[in-house]
Ligand binder design. Sequence first.
Ligand code: HEM
Length: 150
Amino acid sequence: MKIPLFLHLLGVIVWVGGMFFAYWVLRPIAAQLLEPPIRLKLWSGVFSRFFPWVFLSVGFILASGLYMVMQMGGFAAVGLYIHFMFALGLLMMLIFIYVFFSAFKKLNYHVAREEWPSAGATLGKIRLLIGLNLILGVVTITVAVLGGSV
Ligand code: HEM
């Protein structure tokens, strides 16, 4: 179980750590220093590079998580905290899929046409959803680590 757990945690670190960096480090400084056209192009480029890593992380998290559940005897045999982790993880993945296939595509569409107000509004939506996923990620880690011991 060491290797699946390692892959699971690697995925969690890349995904949640990446969201933390984007939200709490890059976002405030980009908002302070850059005018909308450059800022919106920056975010479109940042997401283009980050989201493929999120897809890879989601694949690792889901495959390793389900493998560990099977090794532990299936969902009927595992603790409630694993069910919570699974439910919260699926919710995070659904939010990401929505961001990728809807909001991010829309952001790129408006950026390509230099429609800055619409691009800004779409970026605001992505910011909210990434903020929500960051909170869900921290809650999920808390449930995963403390859930088995309480
Ligand atoms: C969505 C499907 C997921 C499944 C099926 C799943 C399943 C599991 C399983 C079976 C373990 C091993 C637990 C143990 O040995 O007691 C585990 C560990 C862990 N999972 Fe998940 N997980 C999922 C998603 C997530 C997500 C989205 C996060 C965080 C954002 C996460 C964070 C963790 C952490 C931090 C551990 C290590 C807990 C520890 O060893 O103390 N998991 N997961």
